[in-house]
Design a protein around this ligand. Structure first.
Ligand code: FES
Ligand SMILES: [Fe+2]
Length: 396
C-alpha cells in the first residue's frame, strides 16, 4: 500500500531491549522524571514542520506519540487529533469540501478546523441528528521562524516565546534548516547533543572538521545560566601520551588550530553572539533544545519526540546578519553547510543514536554533561507524557 499522506518514517528498528539486568546506578531509576519521559514532556511548544510545507491538503504528524492532522486555511494552520470519532479513520486522509473544515474520507463527517466540532455529516443530510454533538480534540498552533509549532499539554498554553531562545526573536537573522525523522528515542538524541566526550572521536572523520583540529580531551564542568545548562571547558588538551601505547591527537598538518574555547573569546565575534555572554559553546534546555554557539553563527537543534523509537530532528543554522552578508550566508548554507554539517556530520550522530542501547550503562568522567542534563530535568520536574510500553502509545 502506498500512503502519500503518511510521513516518511525513519527505518523501522526493533525496540531496544537489553537482556542483562542493570545493577543499581547503571539504570535511570535515580532520574525518575527522565526515566518516565519515553515520549517526552507535556506542556511545551514543539517545532514540527516548515510552514511552507503545509498546504490545504491535510498532513499527518506524530508528536509525543499523539497522532495529529495538520492543514492550512489561508494564513492559519490548524492541528486536530488525527482520528475520526466515527470509525477511527485518520482525518489526514480526508478532503477539504468547505472552507475551514475537513471531511473524513470514509463517510464525510465534516469537522470545523478551528473548534474541532462536527459541523456536517455529508452522507446523512443537513438534518443529521449527530451533527453538533461531537468534536475532535484541537491543538494550539503557532507559526514562528518559518516553522509550525504545536503545543501538547493541558489547559491554556503559555506564550510560545517562552520556548524559543530570545536571541532568535529579538534580532534580525538568516537561517538554513533541515528537519528529519531519525531512529532512536529523543533522549538519546538530546544526550548525544550535549555529550562532552564524543565529538573529538566520532566526528574527527567528519568533512565539516576537515580543516579544523578538535581537542583530544577536555576537563569540563556544567553551569546553569537561566533556562540553559552550559558545558564549560576548564582544560583543553590537544594531544596526550598513553603510557605503553603512544600519543593520540586530532592534530594533522593540514588542520587549523585551535578554536577559541568559548564563543565570546574569538578575535571577531558577532555582536549578538558576544552579547549572549555564554561561558561555553554548547548549551541545552528543556524540552530538548541544543544551542551550539560559534563566533559567527549559532546552530540549534530540537529533539522533538515522535514515538518511543523515533525523534524529529530539527536543525537550524542561524547567522545574525541581514542584507548582503545574510545572502552570502544563505548561499553558504545551501552549497556547503547543509551537506557537510546538517548532513554528514550530524548523520554520524544519528548513527550512534540509532545503534546505542542503554541502560545499562557505565558512565565516565565526561558524562557529567549527561548526568547534569538529567539532574536539571529532575529539578525542573516537567510532566512526562504518559507512556504505555505494551501499545507504544500515550496512555489515555
Ligand atoms: S470513519 Fe470518518 S466518517 Fe466514517
Ligand atoms: Fe555529535
Amino acid at each position: 500500500m502506498t500512503d502519500q499522506h503518511a510521513e516518511r518514517r525513519a527505518p523501522a528498528k526493533p525496540p531496544a531491549r537489553s537482556t542483562t539486568r542493570p545493577s543499581p546506578g547503571e539504570d535511570w531509576t535515580q532520574w525518575p522524571t527522565y526515566n518516565a519521559a519515553t515520549l517526552g514532556f507535556r506542556n511545551y511548544w514543539y517545532p514540527v514542520v516548515w510552514e511552507r510545507d503545509i498546504g490545504d491538503k491535510p498532513q499527518a504528524v506524530t508528536l509525543l506519540g499523539e497522532k495529529i492532522m495538520v492543514a492550512r486555511e489561508g494564513d492559519k494552520i490548524y492541528a486536530l487529533k488525527d482520528r475520526c470519532p466515527h470509525r477511527g479513520v485518520p482525518l489526514s486522509h480526508g478532503r477539504r469540501e468547505f472552507p475551514g473544515t475537513v471531511s473524513c474520507a470514509y463517510h464525510g463527517w465534516t469537522f470545523d478546523l478551528e473548534s474541532g466540532n462536527l459541523s456536517a455529516v455529508l452522507t446523512d443530510g443537513p438534518e443529521s441528528p449527530i451533527c453538533g454533538r461531537l468534536s475532535v480534540k484541537t491543538y494550539p498552533v503557532e507559526q514562528r521562524l518559518g516553522l509550525v509549532w504545536i503545543y501538547v499539554g493541558d489547559g491554556e498554553p503559555h506564550p510560545i516565546e517562552q520556548d524559543i531562545p530570545a536571541e532568535l526573536l529579538d534580532n534580525d537573522h538568516v537561517m538554513g534548516g533541515k528537519i528529519d525523522l531519525r531512529a532512536g528515542n529523543w533522549r538519546f538524541a538530546a544526550e548525544n547533543g550535549f555529550d562532552e566526550g564524543h565529538a573529538k572521536y566520532l566526528h574527527n572523520t567528519a568533512l565539516w572538521r576537515l580543516f579544523k583540529v578538535m581537542p583530544a580531551w577536555n576537563k569540563t564542568r556544567v553551569a546553569e545560566v537561566g533556562p540553559w545548562l552550559i558545558r564549560v571547558q576548564d582544560e583543553v588538551h590537544w594531544e596526550a601520551d598513553y603510557p605503553g601505547l603512544g600519543t593520540w591527537s586530532n592534530k594533522r598538518w593540514w588542520k587549523r588550530m585551535p578554536l577559541p574555547d568559548a564563543p565570546g573569546k574569538g578575535k571577531s565575534v558577532n555582536p549578538v553572539i558576544a552579547g549572549l555572554d555564554i561561558p561555553g559553546f554548547v548549551s541545552i534546555r528543556l524540552p530538548g533544545l541544543l544551542r551550539v554557539a560559534y563566533p559567527h553563527f549559532i546552530h540549534y537543534e530540537w529533539y522533538v519526540p515522535v514515538d518511543a523509537d523515533t525523534v524529529r530532528y530539527v536543525q537550524m543554522m542561524v547567522r545574525f546578519e541581514s542584507g548582503a552578508k545574510g545572502l552570502l550566508f544563505k548561499f553558504k548554507y545551501l552549497s556547503a553547510i547543509r551537506w557537510l554539517f546538517h548532513g554528514q556530520f550530524t548523520a554520524q550522530d544519528a548513527w550512534m543514536v540509532d545503534v546505542m542501547d542503554a541502560p545499562p550503562e557505565k558512565l565516565y568522567r565526561p558524562d557529567l554533561s549527561i548526568t547534569g542534563w538529567r539532574r536539571l530535568i529532575e529539578k525542573a520536574r516537567p510532566k512526562p507524557q504518559p507512556y504505555d510500553p505494551a501499545s507504544g502509545s500515550p496512555r489515555a
